[in-house]
Design a protein. Structure first.
Length: 219
């Protein structure tokens, strides 16, 4: 299930370990920081089925439109390039079609991540960074509207993994701006319906990719 993301995480951590041992390792002040970020999120197609009393069942490949990602984190930099943080991520994606049938809906999640980072020595004004995280899915919701009725499905729990690459630019001793690309994977699971007589089957996958801009304050 997680073969691809495991390979990404392994390569990321291997590269971080090798580069951190080189003479060009990053040097920065240690201390606590706060980070807030947001941007565009894309969600890969997945398959599932939905049944309801009126309108008949639908099943097949689900196609998603635009998406949004937001998050915040509190962390600590150790002064040697390494940092650890606790982050909360929110992602939401528009649902456009299921098995070729037009629908309106949303597929969204909230995840609590424990992330680790390595920030390298600056290249010009930009400090490159690599990171990886493991998380817990605190909520995952899908809303589907068709035949004039909206039904909701949700689940919580399960493992989440992510890898990221990006860069940071210092604005002052305390403030900096960042940009990053995040690839995430959440474990599949069954969804519970909030309306009697409806059901969501197929354990749809959740594999978002997001591009974010962020701002950090270092204490």
């Amino acid at each position: 299930m997680f073969e691809h993301i495991k390979a990404v995480l392994t390569a990321t951590l291997t590269g971080v370990t090798l580069l951190s041992a080189s003479p060009s390792s990053a040097q920065e002040k240690s201390g606590l920081y706060l980070n807030f970020y947001g941007g565009s999120s894309l969600l890969r197609s997945t398959t599932f089925s939905e049944s309801r009393p009126a309108g008949g069942p639908i099943d097949g490949t689900a196609d998603f439109g635009s998406g949004l990602g937001l998050g915040g984190a509190v962390g600590h930099r150790y002064g040697n390039g390494w940092a650890a943080e606790l982050a909360w991520d929110y992602r939401s994606h528009d649902l456009d079609k299921v098995g070729g049938t037009p629908v309106k809906g949303e597929f969204a999640s909230t995840v609590l991540f424990l992330n680790g980072y390595y920030r390298f020595q600056k290249v010009g004004v930009v400090r490159p960074l690599l990171g990886a995280g493991v998380g817990y899915v605190t909520e995952m919701d899908m809303d589907i509207t068709r035949n004039g009725a909206t039904h909701q499905y949700s689940r919580r729990g399960g493992l989440a993994l992510q890898a990221l690459v990006g860069g940071e630019v210092d604005l002052s001793d305390h403030w900096s701006l960042s940009a990053d690309l995040r690839v995430s994977r959440m474990a599949s699971g069954s969804f519970d319906a909030t309306s009697a007589g409806t059901a969501l089957g197929g354990k749809p996958g959740y594999r978002p990719v997001s591009i974010n801009l962020g701002v950090t304050y270092r204490f």
